[in-house]
Design a protein around this ligand. Sequence first.
Ligand code: ADP
Ligand code: MG
Length: 158
Amino acid sequence: MKNELTLTTNSEKETMDFGEYLGRHAFDGLFIALTGDLGAGKTHFVQGLAKGMGIEGVVGSPTFTIMNYYDGPIPLKHFDFYRLHSEEDLWNIGWEEYGDGGVVVVEWADMFPSLIPEEAIHIHITLSSENERNIRISWSEKTPESIVKEIQNYALGH
Ligand code: ADP
Ligand code: MG
């Protein structure tokens, strides 16, 4: 079975809409690893994700804080590894307890690949022009099948 697919979005709204769709199907323990250059749209994706999860309020970029926590029906933990110098910094802020439970989404996940669990969904966003993005979604055998089906369904309609 193929374990990846690609979507193209033509506006930040379309990227957020995809995030929102995943947010509506989010479950406790879902882990999303985001990669892609600065300005790719990772944070906008997370804004949509939060909206889909029923989280009210503004979702900003955690670049300077490493982690933002949002309370909701399922809590959302939004990490950004960009400014992390070592895994140690993460243990210091309590990665172990934060990383457990809720939905975890990590920007710049490729900085510390060993911290990304096997069941994670990987989303890699590439800039193709000012408003066009290619979004490659991949997963493993360990990724819950239900969310893979939802992603495949979404891709069929887009
Ligand atoms: P990152 O977190 O990856 O650095 P951001 O989400 O902060 O990226 O910023 C993405 C920027 O690209 C925003 O200014 C957004 O308006 C713009 N943009 C243009 N087209 C798209 C698109 N198709 N998807 C997402 N963002 C887009
Ligand atoms: Mg960002």
